[in-house]
Design a binder for this molecule. Structure first.
Ligand code: BGC
Length: 726
């Protein structure tokens, strides 16, 4: 035994002395030698949990445990070994970063990298080897309770933004764990609903961001989804995991279940799962045997190998992947130490929040509000003071500090008299249960209306929160409209004072029957530790808003494609659901059906104005494999410094198949001083114009004319160009 330990340890030391990251070949050789030392029992043990958030190592060989944590907006507080209770540590508070919807709204890949680096440093400091995030499930319906954790409705946008996040996390020697692969686009019945979707929609809409994360981001682990796809659970789905992920895309990392996502030993063993987590142990923990031994990939797996029904090579492949992840993380002796709650991380959180806030509407230049003015501001609404890092499910956080919008405004608007009135109440933060507020709704409303009447400016902070049936895991929203009587309250506030702006705190689109009556409107997401500061930055004009919507806001629910097709499309009949809208998700649907959204994908205003001109391509005609360079000039024509996003969409008139009018294929954000201009170049791979052709099970690049749309939102196209594909 001793001899073996020495062999392995010396392997580690060679790794440490030689290079920061041992060469891939070197690592594979080490893995071979370790595999030959492990007993079958030890190998099987590595394939399943030993606690809520860890899987075992092999102490006799110095192989460490793997520690995981949610993800994706910060590192979750420590959870008990064997149940979901919080461990009550006093040293596990962290920086809360803005929700991924906000990151997507920045349209800024550089900020995504900074986000990844910062959250990765915090994970490393907290001694986590895998950070459970980011998520790139496509925004299909505004009712999905988890949309706030994802990056919107467009596969190109999500692909471009997920890659730098992953690289940033992993440069800390912490594995990102991409989730939830795939088609977990609603929370209702998520544990069993079987999703039926065409190959075309699968490849064109739902998979690209995962593929980019694997092939361009080099992600080291991926989490299977809870739901089923074509009759098989996604955590052991032969097509998704063995074929597409591991074979077609060449993924060499670890597939982790979602917690409790495994359902069958043979499938788990054979269809691509590597580590099983979260299978229910409650109720079993008093048994004399360790309850984790009862996992599908524990004793039942061991027995199938021992009986010869499953080859030992199956577990070897899983352990090889797990060891590979370890060499990248907790067995990489030169990974950095990490840091936490430092000013730099707060700065990153604030910058992302500031760039992600979307100015949806701004009549009479309602925003910005002059912070030097003496005036009375009525700040109405529960979300002005409600902490939002708590709640929402597994992404909930325990931030060291969370600046509320009210506090942010009070700090910045020192000359103003600020009166706050709740206006409505939603009930205490809860996960998995709805607890109505005990406060009297009428009194709250009356007090708010009175406050509004005596103010110069009214700022309404409403929207959703992280409670069950809102923006929260484990359930979908029950309605598209705002809850807690906010619509009625807004009507009364508008009657009392029409100088009113709304700041919507949510991760989802909501119905806004009052949208035409309010002067200003901002989409503020969940902004994390620096929420109030970032909001005050934008409201005061210290930061000029430049966020763009990463998903469409329909006027009404039936305008959304998934809902248009009725119950079998969303939410399904509780057994199956059919994605009947196919590839026409989000703006692809609105554009093609000519259904005007309330606010379009890519929309977002600024305190200055921009002009987009001189759009051209470098050539007129292209062949497969080439790059189209679209260029245009952007001029800041207004009175403030600001940032604009040039967006390039492409459409194929006269296609042999149904195609959306246009699809986002490139974008570029530029910061410009007032009066300034710049030339931007946006490269687009010709091959990215192909559609997924089910008749050949592959991509088909149609020849002929394509239309290139250059603009600043999906509904603000400044110029159209034509190119040919030969
Ligand atoms: C969620 C995952 C999460 C896991 C661990 C699951 O319920 O779906 O996103 O990472 O729990 O908390």
């Amino acid at each position: 035994m001793k001899k073996i330990t020495l062999v392995v340890l010396s392997l580690f030391f060679i790794g440490q002395a030689a290079v920061a990251q041992p060469s891939e070949k070197g690592i594979e050789a080490k893995i071979d030698s370790i595999l030959s030392l492990l007993t079958l029992e030890e190998k099987v043990a590595m394939c399943h949990a030993q606690s809520k958030f860890s899987s075992p190592g092999v102490p006799r060989l110095g192989i460490p445990e793997i520690w995981m944590s949610d993800g994706p907006h910060g590192v979750r507080a420590e959870i008990n070994w064997d149940n979901w209770g919080y461990a009550g540590w006093t040293n596990d508070s962290i920086t809360a970063f803005p929700a991924l919807t906000c990151l997507a709204a920045t349209f800024n890949p550089e900020l995504s990298h900074q986000y990844g680096v910062a959250v990765g440093e915090e994970a490393r400091y907290r001694k986590k080897d895998i950070l459970l995030g980011p998520g790139v499930n496509i925004y299909r319906t505004p009712l999905n309770g988890r949309n706030f954790e994802y990056m919107g409705e467009d596969p190109h946008l999500a692909s471009v933004l997920v890659v730098p996040y992953i690289k940033g996390v992993q440069q800390n020697g912490v594995a990102a764990c991409l989730k939830h692969y795939a088609l977990n686009n609603q929370e209702l019945w998520r544990g069993h609903i079987n999703v039926e979707v065409s190959d075309r929609a699968l490849y064109e809409i739902y998979l690209p961001a995962y593929k980019a994360a694997v092939q361009e981001g080099g992600v080291w682990s991926i989490m299977g989804a809870y739901n089923q796809f074509r009759g098989q659970h996604c955590c052991h789905n032969e097509l998704l995991l063995n074929q597409i992920l591991k074979t077609d895309w060449g993924f060499d990392g670890v597939v982790v279940t979602d917690w409790g996502g495994a359902h069958d030993t043979r499938e788990a063993a054979l269809y691509g799962l590597d580590i099983e987590m979260g299978t229910g142990t409650d109720g079993l923990t008093t048994s004399t045997r360790n309850a984790y031994d009862n996992y599908y990939l524990a004793l039942p797996f061991l027995n199938l190998i021992k009986s010869g029904e499953i080859e030992e090579a199956v577990v070897d492949d899983k352990v090889r992947r797990i060891l590979r992840l370890m060499f990248r993380t907790n067995m990489n002796p030169s990974r950095p130490l990490g840091r936490i709650n430092n000013p730099e991380h707060l700065h990153v959180a604030r910058a992302i929040a500031g760039e992600g806030i979307v100015l949806l509407k701004n009549d009479d230049q309602f925003f910005p509000i002059d912070p030097t003015r003496k005036m009375t501001i009525a700040v109405i609404g529960e979300n002005a003071t409600r902490a939002m890092a708590v709640g929402g499910g597994s992404s909930e956080l325990k931030p060291r500090d969370e600046v509320s919008p009210l506090r942010g405004l009070k700090e910045r608007f020192r000359n103003a008299t600020i009166i706050h009135s709740m206006g409505y109440a939603s009930g205490p933060p809860q996960y998995g249960r709805e607890v109505p507020s005990k406060l009297d709704a009428d009194s709250l409303r009356n007090a708010a209306v009175k406050a509004a009447a005596q103010a110069d400016v009214v700022l309404f902070f409403g929207g959703l929160n992280k409670n069950h049936f809102q923006d929260c895991e484990g359930g979908d929203r029950l309605q598209f409209g705002l809850p807690f009587g906010q619509d009625e309250l807004l009507r009364e506030l508008l009657r009392a004072n029409e100088n009113l702006g709304v700041v919507l705190v949510s991760g989802n689109a909501v119905a806004m029957p009052w949208a035409s009556e309010v002067k200003g409107l901002m989409q503020a997401w969940y902004l994390g530790s620096e929420a109030g500061h970032a909001l005050a930055d934008v409201i005061s004009g210290d930061v000029n808003p430049s966020g763009k919507l990463p998903f469409s806001f329909p006027v009404k629910l039936s305008d959304n494609a998934a809902h248009h097709f009725g119950e079998l499309s969303y939410p399904g009949d509780s057994v199956n659901q059919y994605y009947k809208e196919d590839i026409f998700v989000g703006y692809r649907w609105h554009d093609t059906q000519k259904i005007k959204p309330l606010f379009a994908f890519g929309h977002g205003l600024s305190y200055t104005t921009f002009e987009l001109s001189d759009a051209k391509t470098d050539k007129k005609s292209y062949a497969a494999g080439e790059t189209i360079t679209v260029s245009c000039k952007i001029t800041n024509t207004g009175g403030a410094n600001g940032a604009e996003v040039a967006q390039v969409y492409v459409g194929k008139p006269n296609s042999s198949v149904k195609r959306p009018v246009k699809e986002l294929k490139g974008f570029r954000k530029v910061h410009l001083a007032k009066g300034g201009n710049t030339q931007v170049e946006i490269p687009i791979e010709v091959d990215a114009l192909a559609f997924y052709d089910e008749s050949i099970s592959g991509w088909n690049l149609e020849k002929g004319a394509y239309t290139i749309y250059v603009g600043t939102a999906s509904d603000a196209i400044a110029q159209q160009l034509e190119i040919m594909v030969k």
